[in-house]
Design a protein around this ligand. Structure first.
Ligand SMILES: Nc1ncnc2c1ncn2[C@@H]1O[C@H](COP(=O)(O)OP(=O)(O)OP(=O)(O)O)[C@@H](O)[C@H]1O
Ligand SMILES: [Mg+2]
Length: 256
């Protein structure tokens, strides 16, 4: 695929929703601010957003990581779809030609890992100047019936398949923090054993591994494809536009 210059950006559910809540609670001002920061830097861009309080509490309530629950799967999917609409609408209002792409309609997983994803329409959207907006979702799973698919798994999958050039995961902290709250500059397979004691799940409800889940997914990506990615604070004004304009901020995750 001809994808030089593609950027994959995840906007964390911890920024665009209140993850302390048990039901979907959006942060409209943050959504609008981020949409404005994206406008004008949206060439060759794919957005993935997290589920925040629109997905994690629901998946936890129906125990979707442990068992197949068709009703709980639909409730969770419908909830994250609502968040997706809020984000896609805000992006369009800001002048970005964003289109929602729901993973449940284009992904098949096996034992929670993506096995297949229909990419042709995502590719065509990028080629035609649209911005596909995917999200954490419940997807069909060959072994489990359904499984919870994290946006943190979608990002490296798309990065590898589309041969993306820049990968960023925006969350609510300045990056991956050390024991003193300082931002770790770079995580590689070489220092992961040293830093992993500082990295854990989430302060809110998170069924897909919180910060540790992100770091593991991105280390995996750097190992298989040599791609460097960045975990940075999307809650801080100017960081999303800065990242899209080429600034390397937050914690870099790389092979060396
Ligand atoms: N060493 C660490 N550095 C930074 N954050 C950490 C660390 N260890 C754990 N965390 C937690 O991880 C959280 C970020 O992960 P979380 O999955 O909650 O956010 P998110 O990915 O933005 O949300 P979503 O999964 O809804 O998209 C932080 O808010 C913090 O509570
Ligand atoms: Mg998370």
């Amino acid at each position: 695929m001809k994808n030089k210059g593609i950027t994959i950006l995840k906007i964390g559910g911890s920024v665009i929703t209140d993850k302390g809540k048990d039901e979907g609670t959006a942060r409209p001002e943050e959504i609008e601010r981020i949409a404005r920061e994206i406008s004008g830097c949206d060439a060759g861009l794919v957005i993935v957003h997290g589920a925040g309080s629109f997905g994690h509490p629901q998946a936890k309530r129906y125990d979707l990581n442990a068992k197949f629950d068709p009703e709980g799967s639909i409730i969770t999917h419908n909830s994250v779809k609502k968040l997706n609409k809020l984000i896609v609408d805000a992006l369009n209002d800001a002048g970005v030609n964003a289109i929602g792409v729901h993973p449940i309609n284009c992904v098949v997983s096996e034992d929670t890992r993506i096995k297949d994803m229909y990419l042709e329409q995502i590719q065509a959207m990028i080629d035609s100047g649209f911005v596909p907006v995917l999200h954490g979702d419940v997807v069909m799973d060959r072994k489990l019936g359904t499984s919870v698919l994290s946006g943190d798994q979608i990002v490296p999958y798309l990065a590898a398949q589309l041969e993306a050039e820049r990968i960023g995961i925006g969350s609510a902290e300045n990056g991956v923090l050390d024991a003193n709250g300082g931002t770790i500059e770079r995580i590689t397979p070489g220092n992961f054993d040293q830093v992993k004691s500082f990295v854990s799940g989430s302060a809110g409800t998170d069924v897909t591994g919180g910060m540790l889940g992100k770091v593991l997914e991105l280390l995996n990506l750097s190992d298989s494809s040599n791609i460097t990615s960045y975990i940075f604070n999307a809650g801080q004004k100017g960081n999303v536009s800065g990242f899209l304009n080429g600034e390397n901020i937050g914690t870099a995750i790389s092979k060396a």
